[in-house]
Design a protein around this ligand. Sequence first.
Ligand code: FES
Length: 122
Amino acid sequence: MSETTITVCNTCRRVAAGAPETEAPWPGERMAEALAAVDLPEGVRLREASCFSACSRGCVVALSGGTDHWTYVLGNLDPAADAARVVTAAVAYGKSADGVVPWNEAPAILRTRTITRVPPQE
Ligand code: FES
């Protein structure tokens, strides 16, 4: 299993692509807190970043695994329901050779919430 990074947008203002919220704590902050509360398996790390320019699809996270791996961007996430599912997706991602998780092995959240998949740099 390769090292997998979950990067969470901590400035998203929408939950599951609903209307933007107008008061902090922002959904992105709540998503970051929910992910930080999950006991991450070995080989999975969490980091935060601000705005992936997918604001209308918030909450948003990315799964990455190095320059030879595809990167997935997932959206329409709910901090209250999806943190553990994102970690499950990260584990499946980490088991893949190049970041592409076969469809029949992909957790539902990867099949239903992927906004885009970006090719490796190398
Ligand atoms: S604020 Fe989260 S993608 Fe823009």
